[in-house]
Design a protein around this ligand. Structure first.
Ligand SMILES: [Zn+2]
Length: 80
């Protein structure tokens, strides 16, 4: 009989713990959904080289006739 009582107490404890976790998780999801998506401070816009696929800061990309490239060498190779 004592064992049954302990089992019930443990099950109630687990149930309370799980329902608290579920509530916390839905709070987090609501907070994430409400928060506007904006760029992190200091984030740099990146672009992809159409020749090698490397990502570079957009300011450093070389713009060619058929795309953007990480270097003049890759622009020349891609557009030769
Ligand atoms: Zn490249």
């Amino acid at each position: 009989m004592k064992f049954l009582l302990v089992l019930i107490v443990v099950m109630v404890g687990v149930w309370i713990w799980r329902s608290n976790r579920a509530a916390e998780r839905s709070d987090d999801a609501e907070r994430d959904a409400a928060r506007p998506r904006r760029k992190a401070p200091g984030a740099i816009a990146m672009g992809r080289c159409d020749h090698c696929g490397m990502h570079c800061p957009s300011d450093d990309l070389i713009v060619g006739e058929h795309g953007t490239y990480c270097s003049t060498e890759h622009r020349n190779r891609a557009e030769a």
